[in-house]
Design a protein around this ligand. Structure first.
Ligand code: FAD
Ligand code: SF4
Ligand code: SF4
Length: 774
C-alpha cells in the first residue's frame, strides 16, 4: 500500500511538472476559451472586452458592438411573448458593455445592463487627470459610445451623458453573482434580484478582482487593495506592497505627505514605466520612500506588519509600523466567478496523462500487430485485423476524451501523428517501431517515396496555414511588413525546399542547365538532396561538408555559413528564422494559431542553453568526420557521432517533439531550444550588438499601457512588455528576438517599432532602482 501511495504521488508530481510547463505560456494572463463571434463554450454566452483579450477601449467597444450585431442577426433574437424574458443580459458597464447596450437598444433588443459599482468603473479608477488614448489611430471607433483622446474625467463625463441621453436600461450598484442555463434560458442572479435571458454578454473586464497576498491580517480594516484618493493621507506611516506601476505611483504620491515603505518581493523592479522609475528613484534619494526589495509580508498585525527579507544566506525579519497598508499587486482574472458560470479557460490541462500514455502506446501496439507480422510466435497467431481494430479503438478513445476536455488526449494524438510521420521518414528498413520494414513502403504512393510525400505535406501545410496567417497579420491589419514576411516564407518553401530539390535540380542535370561538366559529374548530379544547402546553412544543414560533397557545395557552404549569414545577421539580426528558414516557416504558419502558448518566464529563457549544447555537438562531430580520412583513429567516434546526431537532432529534436508540441507550446520549440544555427546567429548578433555594429533592434516610445499583447504573441517567449514599459530597446544582446515583428503589429498603441540606427548602449537603462534600497 505504501508503495502504491509513493508511486501515486510520484505520478502526481510528474503530472504537476508537465502541466506547469505546458501552462507557462498562458499562466500570466489567462483567458476564457472562445469560439467564432466571441462565443464561449456555453452556447449563447458571449464574452467581450478585456476579458476576451481586447487590450484597449476601442477594441472592447468594437467587440461589444459586433457581438450584439451578431446576436441580432440570429433567428428569434428580437422579442418574444414572455415579458420577463430578456433578449440579452449585459454584465459590466465598461467600454465593451456600454457599447453593447447602446447597440442592443439600437437593434430593438430587450436588454438590461448590470454594473456592480459605477459606470466605467475601471477608467474611473485610473489616477487623477490620466490621459486616455484612443488608439489605434488607424481604426475608427464602432458604435454609439464616444471615444477620443481625453483626460479620464472628460471621457467618463461624456459617457455618463451618453447613458442619460439614451436612457439606457442600466442597473448600477448591482453585482452579478451567478448565471445558470436551464432549458435553453439563462437565469442570472445578482445582488438585487434574478433575471431570465435568451443570451448573455459578459463584459466584466479583468481588473475588478484585486490580487491578495493571502497572509494573516490581510482582512484588517486598514489594509486596502485599492487606493482611491492618495492626497487625503497626511503625516502617516504607510506600507505599500507591490512592484508594478500602480504600487509605484501610489508610493510616490503618498510619499509627498507621508512616510512610505515600499515592499516588493522581486530583486529588481522591471515592469514599470520609465517615468515611474525616475520618480521612485528621486523619492528614494530624498529619503521619502524606503524600498525593501526581496521582501514579503508574512502578517499584518494591529500596528505593525511583519516582513521577511531575503538577504541571501538567511532571512531577516523586520517589523514595519503602519497606519495604513496598500496591497497593490495586480488583479487576477475572476477565475472562480468564471468557472462558477461553467466557462472553460484556454489552455486548461484537465484529464489523465497516464491514460493518454497507455492509449497512445496501445494505438502503436495495435499497428505493430496489424502491420508488422513479425516472426514472433507470441503474437503472430493474432489475426492482423485485430491489431488494426485495437489501434482504431485506442485512437477513437483519445478523440472522445479530447472532445470531453482532456487536453492530454490531444497531446497523445499529436504525438501519434508526428511520430508516424518522422519515424517512417527515417528510411526504408530503418523505420521506428512499430513501422519497421513496412511503414515506408505503406506511405510511398505513385512510385514516389515517403520522403517526397513528406515534402508535399510540409509545403501544403505551410501554404494553407501561411495564407491564413498572411490574412490574419498582413491583409486584415494592412501591415506591409507581415505581408512581405509571409510571402517570403511561403516562396522560400516552394522554391528552395520543394521545387528545386524535388524537380528543378533533376531538370538542371538532365537538360544540362548547369553545364555539361557538372551535369555529368556523379558527385554533383547524384546528390539532389544537397540542394537544400542552397539556403540551409551549416549546421542546420548538417551534412554540408561531408559525405563526399562536390567542391561547389563546399565552397557555397563556407560562403553561406561564414560570410552571407553573418552579413545578414549584422543588418537583420535573426530574421533568417522568421523570413527564410523552412523550420521557422512551419512554426510561423502551421504553428501561428498557437503562438501565444510559447513558454514564458525566466526558466523558459534559461532553457535556451540547450541549443548551445546542440551547436557544440554539431561542431565536434563535423570536426571528427572531417578528420577521419587523415586520422583513422577517429573513424569510430565520428561514425558513432553522426549516427546519434541523425537520430536525436534530425528526427526527435527537429521533427517529432517540436511538431507534436505545436498546439501546446507554440511553434518555436525547435528554433528556440535546439536549433544550432539559431544559436550561431544569436552569438554573432549578440557580438554585433555589443560592438554597436548591429543594425537590428526594436524600440519603444512612451505610450505603452501594459496590455501584454506583445508578450503574449511573441513566439520565442520574450517579455516584450517589460522592455516597452521601460522604453528599453530589444536587441540580441538582451533577448533571442527573431525579428518577426508580430509584437510591433499587435501593439494597439503603436508603441513598438524597428530601430535602424546603431545606438546600442545609449538605450534607456535609466536608473539603478536598488539605490537607497536595503
Ligand atoms: C493603467 C491602465 C491604463 C490604460 N490606458 C488605456 C488608454 O490610455 N487607452 C485605452 O484604450 N485603453 C487603456 N487601458 C485599457 C482599458 O482600460 C481597457 O481596455 C478597457 O477598460 C476594457 O473595457 P471592458 O469593458 O472590457 O472592461 P472594464 O472597463 O474593466 O469594465 C468592466 C466593468 O464590469 C464591472 N464588473 C465587474 N464584475 C462585475 C460583476 N460581477 N457584476 C457586474 N459588473 C461587474 C466593473 O465594475 C467594470 O465597470 C488601460 C488599462 C490600464 C489598466
Ligand atoms: S520580440 Fe517581437 S519581433 Fe522579436 S521575436 Fe518576439 S514578437 Fe517577434
Ligand atoms: S508595447 Fe506591448 S504591453 Fe505595451 S501597449 Fe504595446 S502591446 Fe501593450
Amino acid at each position: 500500500m505504501v508503495q502504491t501511495a509513493k508511486t501515486l504521488s510520484a505520478a502526481a508530481r510528474i503530472k504537476q511538472r508537465v502541466v506547469s510547463l505546458l501552462h507557462s505560456g498562458s499562466s500570466q494572463f489567462e483567458r476564457p476559451y472562445l469560439k467564432k463571434h466571441n462565443e464561449s463554450n456555453i452556447p449563447g454566452l458571449f464574452i467581450v472586452g478585456d476579458l476576451a483579450g481586447a487590450p484597449v477601449i476601442k477594441y472592447a467597444m468594437a467587440q461589444g458592438y459586433e457581438v450584439i450585431e451578431h446576436i441580432a442577426r440570429l433567428p428569434g433574437a428580437v422579442g418574444n411573448a414572455d415579458k420577463n424574458l430578456f433578449d440579452v443580459v449585459i454584465m459590466g458597464a465598461g467600454a465593451g458593455g456600454l457599447n453593447a447596450a447602446l447597440q442592443a437598444q439600437e437593434r430593438g433588443l430587450r436588454y438590461i445592463l448590470i454594473e456592480k459599482e459605477q459606470i466605467a468603473n475601471t477608467i474611473e479608477n485610473f489616477p487623477e487627470g490620466k490621459w486616455v488614448y484612443a488608439e489605434p489611430d488607424s481604426q475608427a471607433p464602432k458604435g454609439k459610445l464616444w471615444l477620443d483622446g481625453a483626460s479620464k474625467e472628460d471621457l467618463t463625463r461624456r459617457w455618463h451623458q451618453i447613458v442619460q441621453e439614451n436612457h439606457l436600461n442600466l442597473h448600477i450598484d448591482e453585482a452579478v453573482l451567478g448565471c445558470k442555463k436551464e432549458d435553453g434560458v439563462f437565469c442570472v442572479t445578482t445582488s438585487k434580484g434574478q433575471y431570465r435571458s435568451k443570451r448573455i454578454v459578459l463584459a466584466t473586464g479583468q481588473r475588478g478582482n484585486p490580487r491578495k497576498l493571502e497572509v494573516p491580517g490581510e482582512d484588517r480594516e486598514r489594509v486596502y487593495h485599492r487606493l482611491y484618493s492618495p492626497r487625503k493621507y497626511k503625516n502617516e506611516s504607510i506600507l505599500v506592497v507591490g512592484g508594478g506601476n500602480s504600487a509605484i505611483e501610489a508610493a510616490v504620491t503618498l510619499s509627498e505627505q507621508n512616510k512610505v515603505c515600499l515592499s516588493y518581493r522581486g530583486s529588481e523592479i522591471h515592469r514599470a514605466f520609465k517615468d515611474n522609475y525616475q520618480k521612485l528613484n528621486e523619492a528614494i534619494a530624498a529619503g521619502r520612500i524606503e524600498l525593501l526589495l526581496n521582501s514579503t509580508v508574512s502578517e499584518f498585525g494591529d500596528k505593525e506588519a511583519t516582513l521577511r527579507i531575503n538577504r541571501g544566506s538567511e532571512d531577516e525579519i523586520r517589523r514595519v509600523p503602519y497606519n495604513h497598508a496598500f496591497v497593490l499587486v495586480g488583479a487576477d482574472i475572476p477565475r472562480e466567478f468564471l468557472k462558477s458560470l461553467g466557462l472553460r479557460m484556454e489552455n486548461e490541462w484537465e484529464g489523465s496523462l497516464l491514460r493518454t500514455a497507455m492509449l497512445t502506446l496501445l494505438g502503436l501496439f495495435g499497428l505493430w500487430i496489424g502491420g508488422s507480422r513479425t516472426n514472433w510466435a507470441a503474437i503472430d497467431w493474432i489475426p492482423g485485423w485485430t491489431g488494426w481494430l485495437v489501434s482504431a479503438a485506442a485512437l477513437g478513445a483519445l478523440v472522445q476524451f479530447g472532445r470531453k476536455g482532456d487536453r492530454f488526449s490531444w497531446l497523445g494524438l499529436s504525438f501519434f501523428v508526428w511520430y508516424t510521420v518522422y519515424g517512417v521518414k527515417f528510411g526504408k528498413g530503418e523505420e521506428f517501431w512499430p513501422y519497421r520494414d513496412w511503414g515506408y513502403k505503406l506511405f510511398s504512393f505513385f512510385d514516389r517515396p515517403w520522403s517526397f510525400w513528406y515534402t508535399v505535406l510540409y509545403t501544403t501545410l505551410m501554404t494553407v496555414f501561411g495564407v491564413q496567417a498572411l490574412k490574419r497579420w498582413g491583409l486584415e491589419r494592412k501591415d506591409k511588413f507581415q505581408i512581405w514576411r509571409y510571402v517570403s516564407l511561403i516562396s522560400f518553401q516552394w522554391v528552395f525546399f520543394f521545387l528545386v530539390p524535388e524537380f528543378l535540380f533533376q531538370s538542371a542535370v538532365k537538360y544540362q542547365w548547369v553545364g555539361a561538366k557538372l551535369a555529368s559529374d556523379p558527385a554533383f548530379a547524384e546528390q539532389a538532396w544537397r540542394s537544400y544547402g542552397i539556403v540551409y546553412a551549416w549546421p542546420l544543414f548538417f551534412y554540408t561538408f561531408f559525405y563526399n560533397p562536390h567542391e561547389i557545395w563546399v565552397a557555397w557552404g563556407v560562403l553561406l555559413t561564414f560570410v552571407i549569414i553573418p552579413i545578414l545577421v549584422l543588418f537583420h539580426g535573426k530574421r533568417y528564422c522568421s523570413w527564410i528558414c523552412g523550420c521557422g516557416g512551419l512554426a510561423e504558419t502551421f504553428g501561428d494559431r498557437w503562438r501565444h502558448l510559447a513558454p514564458k518566464g525566466n526558466a523558459s529563457v534559461h532553457w535556451e542553453w540547450m541549443n548551445l549544447a546542440v551547436l557544440i555537438a554539431a561542431g565536434l562531430i563535423t570536426m571528427l568526420v572531417l578528420a577521419k580520412d587523415t586520422y583513422a583513429a577517429v573513424t569510430g567516434p565520428a561514425d558513432f557521432g553522426i549516427q546519434w546526431y541523425r537520430l536525436i537532432a534530425d528526427v526527435w529534436l527537429v521533427g517529432i517533439l517540436p511538431v507534436t508540441l505545436y498546439p501546446f507550446l507554440g511553434g518555436k520549440v525547435w528554433c528556440r531550444y535546439w536549433c544550432p544555427l539559431a544559436k550561431l546567429m544569436q552569438m554573432q548578433s549578440h557580438l554585433f550588438s555589443k560592438l554597436r555594429w548591429s543594425r537590428f533592434k526594436i524600440v519603444a516610445n512612451d505610450k505603452c499601457i501594459g496590455c501584454y499583447e506583445c508578450s503574449r504573441n511573441c513566439q520565442v517567449g520574450i517579455d516584450v512588455m517589460s522592455f516597452a514599459l521601460k522604453e528599453d530597446s530589444i536587441t540580441n544582446a538582451n533577448s533571442s528576438c527573431i525579428g518577426c515583428g508580430i509584437c510591433v503589429t499587435v501593439c494597439p498603441m503603436d508603441t513598438l517599432s524597428f530601430g535602424s540606427e546603431t545606438n546600442f548602449g545609449k538605450a534607456t537603462k535609466l536608473v539603478n532602482i536598488t539605490v537607497g534600497s536595503k
